[in-house]
Design a protein around this ligand. Structure first.
Ligand code: 2HA
Ligand code: ZN
Length: 275
């Protein structure tokens, strides 16, 4: 099969276009990676070029040895992914030590995988282990309202989770584990990758202060839907705070307990504090 005819490529491209249309991917902002299923690799491997050199990942991801990923390119614009996928995205393979990758398809005019490859792969490693292989997508985007909130709310998991949950009744059901927050850090390196992957042991969403969000999910719909829900909630909070600094009423701790009971979700006590 031609790579561009594969459903997993179409799903990846659709997410990139949807994210751009939401306004979360100015210029080369954001990045997306997908851990490809074995049968999907087999369906397109006749197109692979195995002559490219092995390159260092910049960290070690033993749990991802011999896995294949579809990734956005470093410096590439989400806006262009749909127009010219072969130039802007790539399929890569991880070596048996989890220390190097090589490009098998795509980035046909040159380039490297996303600058956030260490963060993406370390998050994939955590999520693959924690979900028994169910999570396959890691998505980083520059969600405007979430970023705005990182200037005015305390940068704690407790405050962000609770405030985002309160803004839309569906939120505790969509992200019952809550969200984690990373203070401002230099992007692209191992330190931010370690901090984010620590949070990913507990959460499916990590907020990077003054930068954006990182999220994880089983497929493209669920991962995009998660980012979309978090950002919509942040937008409502920005509006509420802009109208008046304090809420007249909200969803209460008791309301959250009732919701958890009826929807059969477990909400951590950490976030059910009385205000
Ligand atoms: O430019 O978003 O975090 C890509 C990024 C880096
Ligand atoms: Zn970014």
């Amino acid at each position: 099969m031609r790579v561009l005819d594969a459903e997993f490529i179409k799903g990846f491209i659709r997410l990139a276009t949807d994210g751009f249309n939401q306004g979360w991917h100015e210029r080369n902002g954001g990045n997306l990676t997908y851990r490809i299923k074995t049968e999907e690799v087999n369906s397109v491997k006749e197109n692979f070029n195995t002559n490219n050199p092995w390159m260092p990942i910049g960290t070690t991801v033993k749990g991802l040895a011999l896995e294949y990923f579809l990734v956005t390119g470093s410096g590439k614009f989400f806006r262009n992914v749909e127009l010219d996928p072969e130039v802007n995205i790539a399929i890569i393979e991880i070596d048996e030590l989890g220390e190097h990758y090589r490009i098998l398809w795509g980035l046909c005019e040159g380039g490297r995988p996303t600058s956030e490859l260490p963060s993406h792969l370390m998050n994939h490693e955590v999520k693959k282990q924690q979900t028994n292989g169910l999570h396959r997508v890691i998505y980083h985007c520059h969600t405007t309202n979430v970023i705005a909130l990182t200037f005015v709310l305390p940068l704690t998991d407790e405050v962000f989770t609770r405030e985002l949950w309160e803004m839309a009744t569906e939120c505790p059901v969509v992200f019952p584990d809550g969200v984690g927050v990373v203070s401002w850090m230099v992007p692209g390196g191992r330190d931010i990758a370690i901090a984010t992957s620590e949070l990913m042991k507990k959460y499916d969403v990590a907020i990077w202060a003054h930068h954006g969000i990182f999220c994880s999910g089983m497929d493209f719909d669920l991962t995009f839907g998660l980012a979309h829900t978090v950002e919509k909630s942040a937008e409502i909070l920005v509006k509420v705070l802009s109208i008046r600094p304090d809420k007249l009423q909200t969803i209460t701790t008791k309301n959250f307990r009732d919701l958890a009971h009826d929807f059969k979700v477990t909400l951590p006590e950490q976030f059910l504090y009385e205000k």
